[in-house]
Design a protein around this ligand. Sequence first.
Ligand code: C5P
Length: 239
Amino acid sequence: MEKREFLYEGKAKKLYGTDDPTQVVVEYKDHLTAFNAQKKATMGGKGRLNNLISAHLFEKLRDRGIPVHFERILDDVHQLVKKVVIFPLEVVVRNITTGSLCKRLGIREGMELPRPLVEFYYKEDALDDPLILEDHALLFGWATREELDTIKALALRVNDELREIFSGLGIILVDFKLEFGRDMEGNLLLADEISPDTCRFWDRSTGDRLDKDRFRKDLGDVLGAYEEIWRRLSGGAGR
Ligand code: C5P
């Protein structure tokens, strides 16, 4: 598959066209950002790890019946995906209290929720991706009732599948962010990425943070944490 014209550059990825109008190539960058890019760094090898981790998880989810935009991995930093129009929504699923939830509501960190919490944020960098109600999405035309219901149901299924996968690796899936889109045939698909940039992973026995919180909170050895996630997912074999 030829990587053709440059289409778009985001904080952690670049998109390129291909010779097939229904597909695009995603390039995972070594850039790491936090707090809506107020904190930035470049970390050699991060793009490769996120590409491998994300591809692996999309494959697992596809095997388990979740509709995904992912087609196949191309090389260390590129993957082929279906072209989608992304809903301007960030869907966060939480199993354990931490992060912005605790900050916003003044709740204690590390509490296990009796059931997963699904939150919608409006995907708009200029506004720092504000938390919204489903009614905002409906009234401003960001998604229909049916789309929100499908997205929420898929997000909860993804949570079940990912929790099971990570639990088998001694990792607690604390929370994560998903994005969804529609492909050119109108199918609603899970899109974007699933990686230590977009999830919180805690080691079950040590409590170590194995995700971007190491960068956000200056905990050190960010790349080592991402490597550890890939080592466990790939069964130690690497790729
Ligand atoms: O910061 P907050 O606690 O709201 O993050 C919840 C989850 O969503 C975390 O796993 C975080 O990595 C992810 N997230 C993300 N992109 C954002 C906001 C949050 O991947 N823009």
